[in-house]
Design a protein around this ligand. Sequence first.
Ligand code: ATP
Ligand code: MG
Length: 390
Amino acid sequence: MQEIVLIKNGELVLKGLNRCTFEDILIKNMRKALSSIGEFKFKKSQSTIMVQPVDDDTDLDDAVEALKKVFGIAALSRAAVAEKDMQSITETALEYLAEELEYARTFKVEAKRSDKKFPMKSPEICRELGGSILSKFHHLKVDVHNPDITVTVEVRDSFAFIRGNNIKGAGGMPVGTSGRAATLISGGIDSPVASYMMAKRGIELVAVHFASPPYTTQLAEQKVMDLLKKVAAYSGPITTYIVPFTKLQEEIRDKCPEVYFTIIMRRYMMRIAEKLARHQNCSALITGESVGQVASQTIYALGCTDAVATMPVFRPCIGMDKDEIITISRKIDTFETSIQPYEDCCTVFTPKHPKTRPSTAEIEAAEAILDTDTLIQEAIDNVRKVVIHG
Ligand code: ATP
Ligand code: MG
């Protein structure tokens, strides 16, 4: 029996004239996500894309797991291919869905006929297949409102497809359809979630991480790479810059009032990230900030941070509670890595009493003593670049 995967597009269907480009990007992303599993053929038809393994022994379990992480897919389902006659449809359905039907208590049959020349109309297909299912699985009852399993028959141009319940897809839009942005990634809980959320909206990610050796260790850096690997399973490969930040932090510590330390540091992160972002053709920055979470995330502090950015700064976690962010981090499997206890450069030299209501003017005055251009250039001259794959 031949088995394929049917993909139901998400918001793509709304995109009118651009739909074709959107679908092409989605197919490209699916091909990449499946590249280590096997070779597949893709065929567009109406609002569905058919994914067909070239070799019969390709593992569709693995393929489905990989496809569940591809943005732009609302739902997916495995389907068996049957000849376009009622006998073949019935035999295929009874065999293909036997296990699911065995465990279900209620079911219904739905039929869709895109080939209007097929001799039976949809209600007849449902009646006939429903009858055959009931006569083989005596424990089953029909429930048209809330069945345990919906058996769907789609009669198309050359074949009929038979499938059981849909599997929920990752939703969102295909990565690459909404431009590029640079995500400021720490080893914490929030920034991997923020990165995931923006990739879900179709944004291709570039990552920037600030490291302050010897205050931060190689293990802390490895933790960030591990996190990016988890995010890249959804977003596709992430070009990542590791920026040496020690000199800048020491300069700030030595020359600026302690109460402003974190905000001045955040402003330098923004400036450097923006330079790297432009270099990578990015049009926005992404951070994991959330209002009020720490002193540097009051609206006043965020205002001071934003004042140095000329690109939009996306903060998808801004209105979320920590437990809401954690729920997503568990879902994308970054939580356990994020809570490993390594120092981040943000926790180096943290002031005891940070100013929670700073004004941009006072911060500008406090950092005026620093040789900004030289410090930034020096950091940028020494970045390391790696590409992280999912
Ligand atoms: P996270 O859990 O993402 O670390 P947080 O609540 O700990 O966030 P901060 O440490 O104040 O908050 O950092 C706020 C944001 O600044 C982070 O979400 C991230 O986008 C960015 N950031 C913090 N540290 C770094 C770093 N070392 N490199 C790159 N970006 C960073
Ligand atoms: Mg942090």
